[in-house]
Ligand binder design. Structure first.
Ligand code: SF4
Length: 210
């Protein structure tokens, strides 16, 4: 299973201390999570950050539908903004934190860009374990390719998706704006996973997310 690009990325991630699960598609990624990862965390405090890839696997819907789950819902549409910010602060102390990544270089570095920093922060430090759901389209060659992918592809589409009044939402390219709704404020680059295997990457051989 898997193209060379996915397999080579898996090898590089493992060499950098990340734990890697391969999935041939989003359905298998969901099974991987619930059969291989979740059983060790059923009673843990779980939270998550924005990730279309995680949503596409169905994992988020399943977790939200589980009344027994000890969770912090940081995307509760019924909660006020102040409450959401407070929940995102609390989520930094979750036992298990789920999200995606904006890019992975072919040598196994994770690259992310956040508006607030709740996702980049949690990926770097705080939650005991982190699971990232990642489609093959996030694999790029170099760090420069990762920056370009994020600035001129993922960020403009995310700005548009969240109805932000930014120039990129209109043009599809980054203008390094000064908009109050700028979604690009905090970069993170993970060269290695520390402690080793704190972060699991579910690498999916399918194009998913932005
Ligand atoms: S810096 Fe501004 S223009 Fe550039 S991608 Fe981010 S929000 Fe869009």
């Amino acid at each position: 299973m898997g193209c060379d690009r996915v397999n080579n990325c898996q090898t590089a991630l493992i060499a950098n201390g990340f734990k890697v699960y391969l999935a041939k598609d989003r359905q298998q990624a969901r099974r991987v999570f619930f059969e291989k990862i979740f059983p060790d965390h059923k009673s843990d405090l779980i939270s998550w950050a924005d990730s279309l890839t995680m949503e596409a696997t169905g994992v988020l819907a399943d977790l939200q539908a589980d009344p027994t789950l000890n969770r912090i819902n940081t995307f509760d549409a019924t909660a006020k903004r102040g409450e959401i910010v407070e929940r995102r602060r609390q989520a930094l102390l979750a036992d298990l934190f789920l999200t995606g990544t904006n890019a992975i270089t072919s040598c196994g570095k994770l690259v992310n860009l956040d508006m607030i920093g709740n996702r980049t922060g949690a990926i770097s430090f705080g939650p005991k374990k982190v699971v990232l759901f990642v489609g093959r389209n996030k694999i790029v060659h170099t760090l420069e390719d990762a920056f370009d992918r994020i600035r001129n592809h993922a960020a403009p589409l995310n700005a548009k998706r969240h109805n932000m009044a930014t120039p990129c939402a209109q043009t599809g390219r980054c203008h390094d704006c000064r908009s109050p709704q700028r979604i690009c404020n905090t970069w993170s680059i993970l060269d290695k996973c520390y402690p080793s295997e704190r972060i699991s990457v579910v690498l999916i051989d399918e194009d998913l997310g932005l």
